[in-house]
Structures are given as structure tokens and as C-alpha cells.
Design a protein around this ligand. Structure first.
Ligand code: IFM
Length: 450
């Protein structure tokens, strides 16, 4: 049996997000978010579900921190709900909302668990949506204000700051495909939204550098996936390049170079209205980050679409592959390919895998156990590829499993279980799955036995 040991300073954690676990949508002065509104609009979510209760982490967080400690987690990545801090997006802050995260961070630190804080995981204050949402450039300034307030008032050590989680998803699933809040179907608007999200990220990084928080790293988390052509034909290869431009480069290029990929600007501008870009925007968006957070679950395989302007192509599911409950191909070597590419092409100072994991149809057996061996196999295979990337000199600093708990999986409601810990949504009982114990053992030996 081989032992694949990770560097001593490597961080092992698990991740969640506010709307997916907290519940308590109006507690202690919290304002409405676009996800509160979207989930309460009939027809948007599987089975009419919503995050009103979710895992009730807002009230059960001490138990959850204890669970993390029992599993030996070294870090916990969570997100702050903007409307808990600024119920109307801007204006008067809500002290009680800030106090909740202060208590959480304090408790994590007491247990020796390093907090990794994401400022935006999609729950925009509805009041800002009513003002145009992310399609309105002012929202970036509101975000800067909110971020600056958190930097100043979450006055405890934070290990990692993430400005935005997966802006591609906010922009395109929310504004072009309409399956996420706020549920719009306007591609030109989605492009504008992507620009304002990137601007918000850059403004927050700038404000962080001006804050008193000197030695804490800040970065952004992108959902990234290798894009492969379905065949060796030139048409499929060109399609893969365009799909990569849409899925990956549209965010990577501006963050690391200050400009949008030229091929995609040409393609988009032939069919859509382009965002208004002011001269200073590129410099703001590319404000140097300390790390890039990578969320990777699968790869994308595409066949050529109908024209050279088709930037999505036709997705192909390779026939002999295995798939998770999300219908996502299990493709561990993709994370290796991605990490090597990011290191070679964009050279972020450091990289973190801020999310990786799998949904399976977990069940509690007659002994009260959840034998999720498929998840263990998945995690083991991906972590092994991360180790391979480390051997090639990729400055990978940590890994966060998605997710600590089964939770509200957006338009899929509670029908997709990603947790290391099973949640019985009728009683809210937490039961660590076998993968949680497997992960605990991996953390304790800082590596894999394969
Ligand atoms: O649950 C989501 C998370 O909110 C963002 N990244 C992907 C996860 C699984 O779909």
C-alpha cells in the first residue's frame, strides 16, 4: 500500500454556504435575499422546497462546530449572508447579523478550526435586486461597502477570504438560463452581470488591502472544468475552445490579466449587447489576489454546435463513464489537468480547491450507518490527482470537501445529498457518513493510503 503524504502546511477542510444551511430567513433582523424570493415563487424549485429551515445551522451551529472538531477538520469554509449584515443591501448595518458570524468564528477558533470566509455565495439582498440587482453597476459599490464593513467588524483572525463564489453561476444560471435566482433569461444582461460581479470582486480586494487586515490572504473562487472535444475533428476542437472561453476564460482572464478573452468578446458582441467597460475597470478587476479558489466536480465534453458563434456546443456524456446523482461525469484526472493549466497559464500565487465532492442517493441502513463508498471512491480519486499536481510543483495549499452537511441544493431542493454528514431533514439529526470517518482518518495521517 502506497502512502501519498501532503505537505505539512496543507489545510483540510469542508465547505458550506449561508442559504444552503442556515435557515432562519428573518431572524435577528435579516433582510430578504433573492433566494428567499426565488424559492417562494412557485415552479422554481424541485418539490416546492426552500431554505427557510435548511439545516437550521443558524441555531444549531454549536453542534455543527463540535461535529467539525470531532472529524478533525482543520478549516471550515462558510459564507456570510449579505442581507443578515445589511438587510437592505446598504444603509444601516444590522449588528445582530454580524454578531452571529462573530460567534461562529469565535467558536471555530476555540476549537482550533481555521475560518475561511466567503463574502458572496449568491444571496443578494432583494432590496438591491429591486434596484436592478447585479445588472446595475451600483451593486458593485454596495458590495464594496458591505465587504469593507465585514473586514472591519469581523475582528477575529480569518484564515482565508473569498470575495465571490462562482460568479459564472450567479451571472449565467441566474440571468441567462433562469434556473437560479433571480430567474432571468437575458444573455446580454448576464454579460453585464458578470462584469459587475468581477468589478465587485476587484473593489473588495482593493478595500481589503486598505483595511487593517494585513497578513490574511484574499482571493476569488471560480467554478472551473476542463473542456474536451467529443472527437478529433477541427469543428469539435474549435467548439471546445469556445466553450472553454465561456466557462473558464471569461472569468480567469479578467481576474489575472485585466482583459476579457478577445475571441469571446468577438463572438458575444456579434449577438449580444456588451457590458459598458470603463477604462479603470480592468485594473480594478485584476487587483492582485493571494490565491485562486477552484471549485471542480467534473469535466465538460462538447460536440460542435450549429455555427462558429455557438459558444456552448452540444454536451456529450461519454458512454463508459460513471456519473453522480447530478448527472456529472466522475473524471478525477480533470482536476489534475486543471491545476496544471492554471499554474502554467495564470500563475496564481497559491491555489486552493475550495469545493469538490459528489451527490449520491445516500440511505441510512438498519444499523443507522450510511455506507457511501461511492463518495469515498470519488474523493480518494480526486485527492490523489491533487497530490499528483502537487508533485508537479503546483502551489496547492488546501482542499475543502463539498459539503460538510447535506443541504439545500438550489433548484434541486433537498433531493441531492453532497454532505460528508447526513442530515435527516424531518428531524435535523446529523449522522456522519462513512466518508466523514474516512476523511477524518485522511486528515489525521495528512494523506492517502492507496
Ligand atoms: O451546492 C453547490 C454550491 O453552492 C456551489 N458549488 C457547487 C455545489 C454543488 O452543486
Amino acid at each position: 500500500m502506497a502512502k501519498l503524504i501532503f505537505p505539512d502546511h496543507f489545510t483540510w477542510g469542508a465547505a458550506t454556504s449561508s442559504y444552503q444551511i442556515e435557515g432562519a430567513p428573518a431572524a435577528d433582523g435579516k433582510g430578504e435575499s433573492i433566494w428567499d424570493r426565488f424559492t417562494h415563487t412557485p415552479g422554481n424549485i424541485w418539490n416546492g422546497e426552500n431554505g427557510d429551515l435548511a439545516c437550521n445551522h443558524y441555531h444549531l451551529y454549536p453542534d455543527d462546530v463540535q461535529l467539525m472538531a470531532d472529524l478533525g477538520l482543520q478549516s471550515y469554509r462558510f459564507s456570510i449572508s449579505w442581507p443578515r449584515i445589511f438587510p437592505a443591501g446598504g444603509g444601516k448595518p444590522n449588528q445582530k447579523g454580524m454578531d452571529f458570524y462573530r460567534r461562529l468564528v469565535d467558536l471555530l477558533l476555540q476549537h482550533g478550526i481555521k475560518p475561511a470566509v466567503t463574502l458572496y455565495h449568491w444571496d443578494l439582498p432583494q432590496a438591491l435586486q429591486d434596484n436592478g440587482g447585479w445588472a446595475n453597476r451600483d451593486t458593485a459599490r454596495y458590495f464594496e461597502h458591505y465587504a469593507a464593513y465585514v473586514f472591519e467588524n469581523l475582528d477575529l483572525p480569518v484564515d482565508l477570504w473569498v470575495t465571490l463564489n462562482e460568479p459564472w453561476v450567479s451571472a449565467f444560471l441566474g440571468h441567462a438560463l433562469g434556473v437560479h435566482a433571480p430567474g432571468e433569461n437575458d444573455f446580454s444582461k448576464a454579460l453585464r452581470v458578470s462584469h459587475h460581479l468581477l468589478l465587485a470582486h476587484g473593489l473588495a480586494v482593493r478595500s481589503f488591502r486598505e483595511s487593517g487586515r494585513k497578513n490574511e490572504p484574499i482571493g476569488i473562487t471560480l467554478n472551473l472544468a476542463p473542456v474536451h472535444p467529443a472527437s478529433d475533428s477541427d469543428a469539435d476542437k474549435n467548439q471546445a475552445r469556445r466553450a472553454d472561453g465561456f466557462m473558464n476564460r471569461w472569468f480567469l482572464d479578467p481576474v489575472f490579466t485585466g482583459t476579457y478573452p478577445r475571441d469571446m468578446v468577438e463572438i458575444f458582441s456579434r449577438s449580444f449587447e456588451m457590458p459598458v467597460i470603463i477604462e479603470e475597470d480592468g485594473a480594478i478587476i485584476s487587483s492582485p489576489v493571494d490565491f485562486l479558489g477552484v471549485n471542480n466536480y467534473t469535466r465538460i465534453v462538447v460536440r460542435a454546435g450549429s455555427s462558429d458563434d455557438d459558444f456552448m456546443g452540444s454536451p456529450v456524456n461519454p458512454p463508459d463513464a460513471e456519473y453522480t446523482e447530478m448527472g456529472w461525469e466522475i473524471y478525477p484526472q480533470g482536476i489534475y489537468e486543471l491545476l496544471i493549466r492554471l499554474h502554467n497559464e495564470y500563475q496564481p500565487p497559491k491555489l486552493y480547491i475550495t469545493e469538490n465532492g459528489a451527490a449520491f442517493a445516500d440511505e441510512v441502513n438498519e444499523f443507522g450507518e450510511i455506507n457511501d463508498s461511492q463518495r469515498i471512491d470519488y474523493l480518494q480519486a480526486y485527492i490523489r490527482e491533487a497530490w499528483n499536481a502537487l508533485q508537479e510543483g503546483v502551489p496547492l495549499e488546501g482542499y475543502y470537501a463539498w459539503s460538510l452537511l447535506d443541504n439545500f441544493e438550489w433548484s434541486f431542493g433537498y433531493s441531492r445529498r453532497f454532505g460528508l454528514v447526513y442530515v435527516d431533514f424531518s428531524t435535523l439529526q446529523r449522522i456522519p457518513k462513512n466518508s466523514a470517518y474516512w476523511y477524518r482518518d485522511l486528515i489525521s495521517r495528512n494523506g492517502l493510503e492507496v
